[in-house]
Design a protein around this ligand. Structure first.
Ligand code: EPS
Length: 377
């Protein structure tokens, strides 16, 4: 079983990712992890924090000479900004001046304070901040090496910012050349100008991104138990990304409108059997069906608004404007990188749950058997 969790506060020492159950003998590509961390920092519409940070992975345990040991892996991404926050984030004694009492509608501030009985909202936002997603991207970047050994890859792109949409295909070079990770230069410009408009108004904007996992043979996941369904595992991983309000697999909500004859993907004879379409998004009955796994995630606008929405002061319940903290105007491009990482973690979890073996050679052998039996079906 793969276990994954993160630790760390936004302005604390760093963000940490803990992975247990990664087979021994996996050659880890550090460059992939650092490239993903740096992509997560980019994207038109980011705020001032990203100019301070230069995220890179530091391995604290579980890897020796670039190869996993089979023991727990602890990854760190250090916060450069901690230098400016030492006085306020010290574990033993903190100075005054950074307390917050007016929750931002849409943020975890109020609900989080209710959960943990905090009277200083800083104690909520330090952990609920999307800074935490740097740990997810580090873990996903590492597991990309595992999936690559099994012939599987994951990628994502931005398909909507506000009312500007892109419905075309994926193209890696075009996506990487785009400031918003949308594979179309003209639409990229339109998306940039939407972000400029909201920024000028002290507002924020959301959007959508697509995540694809390619190279999965049929037979990953299971219909036999609710929590073994690949779509359940994948959507829970994607839904857990801060700001995500909807996850659709394949045609998603369009399934409500179209008749069965227009939705279900007809099976074409061949070895392996192929599909005439991929409306199911590569998953049927909670099991991969050999087509690319595809999900679309919808992200709400960032809740930190310059103009400050109507709120209360939690000390006395009186009306107050939500306070502004430095933030992003649009984080959809960054979230698309996090989505890629979470999809990698989800698929790795499902694979290791079915073929969990302590070392890479055994895992590859078991997986090759699964692939061969699918390809000769
Ligand atoms: C983020 C770091 C944060 C925010 C942002 C994401 O840094 P700071 O709070 O120092 O500006 O920029 O977090 C949010 C948008 C949020 O709502 O929490 C990051 O590393 O991605």
């Amino acid at each position: 079983m793969l276990t994954f969790s993160t630790a760390g506060e936004s302005h604390g020492r760093g963000v940490f990712a803990f992975l247990d159950g990664v087979p021994a003998g996996l050659k880890v590509d550090r460059g992939t992890i650092d490239a993903d961390l740096s992509r997560r920092q980019m994207g038109y519409g980011r705020g001032g924090r990203m100019a301070i940070e230069k995220d890179e992975v530091d391995v604290l345990s579980g890897i020796r000479g670039g190869v996993t040991l089979g023991s727990p892996i602890l990854l760190a991404v250090w916060n450069r900004d901690f230098e400016n926050w030492k006085e306020y984030m010290d574990p033993w004694s903190i100075g005054p001046g950074k307390e917050l009492h007016t929750p931002r509608p849409g943020h975890a501030d109020l609900a989080g304070a209710a959960r943990f009985k905090h009277d200083d909202l800083r104690n909520v936002l330090e952990r609920s901040s999307a800074r935490e997603t740097a740990g997810r991207v580090a873990a996903g970047g590492l597991l990309k090496s595992l999936l690559a050994e099994l012939g599987i890859s994951a990628f994502s792109w931005v398909r909507r910012i506000g009312d500007v949409g892109y419905t075309g295909p994926f193209n890696r070079e075009a996506r990487d050349a785009s400031s918003v990770f949308c594979p179309d230069p003209e639409i990229t410009k339109l998306m940039e100008s939407r972000i400029d408009e909201v920024k000028k108004q002290g507002d924020t904007i959301g959007g959508e991104f697509t995540v694809v996992v390619k190279g999965l043979p049929a037979g990953i996941g299971s219909y036999t138990q609710w929590n073994q369904r690949l779509d359940a595992i994948l959507s829970a991983h994607l839904m857990s990304i801060p700001g995500i309000k909807a996850v659709q697999i394949g045609r998603g909500t369009e399934c409500a409108e179209l008749p069965g004859s227009k939705i279900h993907d007809e099976i074409l004879a061949g070895k392996p059997p192929m599909r005439a379409s991929n409306n199911a998004g590569g998953i049927e009955g909670g099991v991969s069906n050999g087509e690319p796994v595809e999900a679309v995630c919808t992200m709400k606008p960032i809740p930190t608004l310059k103009k400050g929405l109507q709120s209360i002061d939690i000390r006395n319940g009186s009306p107050a404007r939500a306070r502004y903290e430095r933030s992003d105007y649009c984080a959809v491009p960054a979230a698309s990188v996090v989505g890629e990482a979470m999809a990698v973690i989800a698929v790795s979890t499902a694979i290791l749950a079915s073929f969990g073996l302590p070392d890479m050679a055994s895992l590859k052998q078991a997986f090759a058997h699964q692939r061969a039996s699918w390809e000769s079906l």
